[in-house]
Design a protein around this ligand. Sequence first.
Ligand code: PLP
Length: 434
Amino acid sequence: MTQNIRFALPQSEIPTHWYNILSDLPEPMAPPLHPGTKQPVSLADMTAIFPENLVMQEMSTERWIEIPDPVREVYALWRPTPLLRAVRLERALQTPAHIYYKYEGVNPVGSHKPNTAVAQAYYNKIAGVKRLATETGAGQWGSSLAMACQMFGLECQVYMVRVSYNQKPYRKLLMQTWGATVFPSPSDQTEFGRKVLAEDPECPGSLGMAISEAIEDTVKTPHTKYALGSVLNHVCLHQTVIGQEAIKQMALAGEYPDVVIGCAGGGSNFAGIGFPFVRNNLVDKRTTRIVAVEPASCASLTQGELRYDFGDTAMTTPLMMMYTLGHDFMPPKIHAGGLRYHGMAPAVSHLRKLGLIDAVACPQTKVFESGILFARTEGIIPAPEPAHAIAVAIDEAIKARETGEKKVILFNLCGHGMLDLPSYDAFLAGNLTD
Ligand SMILES: *Cc1c(COP(=O)(O)O)cnc(C)c1O
């Protein structure tokens, strides 16, 4: 053995606090607005669907927010997650760059989403909530929340976009195994769903429709609250355990990244790896480039407009100041389902506006080529979403080869692709285009 490639931390190094980037912003964020009055949303507006403790977190500007012990206890099942150096990928690319990745696929769900699902289930539980309602597209978020609800003794009701429900049964089966009730959306469980079905019994559904059903369920069912897996401040906050651990692990490796890369759909895993490094740039005058990677076909940060927009198609959520392609934008059916969102987290959007982060868009054939090179060198089959981050990490490593620069690159491998093999099948069969 000549060099270390795996940088593990003991359980005692699980972060004790989440890092709140709102405390370090050089300029405050624009507040979310009530869709009817166009005034900043009040605590009362928000507590109609979220428990008060999470609403307080959503609005908090406290820098370090303590992680409750019961949440750290669940985190200990898989955290700290490993940081690895991709030496076999470096060799394949013949680059002088050092490439590191933080691997968030090691928990039972296989992605970063349980970092917030566990926290949200806990806060709902101590607020006296008995049941959570949510939506899910391909099922990453629904399965994370189903597992978290089971761990804290909550019921979980998931509205899953109908095409995915029919075509992607495995994550539905995960949710049911973890005790959740799953309905294909549009469903006959809500007035909105029944109305859509009356007009079109074959309706394939969409994330926007599923959100509308989950919110209707929440406001009409006693003891029920709603949970969201991305976009909101408290979701980005919970993900910051990723970057905090990565900073310690890079120190174990004796290096500090010149570039930090994350894929961005709603923005939460990017926030998780990136925000602690943004803080180091702001406070310790580091100069790390922090890059969000989005699909070329759904590129809110690089091609969208910064303005107030709704979070959902049915225009029921508060208006948020964010980079958006428009709430009625219909993203093409690219295979990175988790990146098909019209908007971007307001916190990530704000950093982009202030020039504190960078954004790049990537076409899907390049993404799958990168994912396959990674699988063939490092072994792990990446989910299509983080394959976007891998594509940009590879670009950076190739640039370093051309300039001879010993650049240090870090990216977030936010999930594995073991349940996404049909999209690799489509790519390998030559059926994917840009
Ligand atoms: C949900 C998901 C995403 C997109 O969500 P973000 O909030 O942008 O992180 C990306 N990758 C994976 C594996 C996901 O499950």
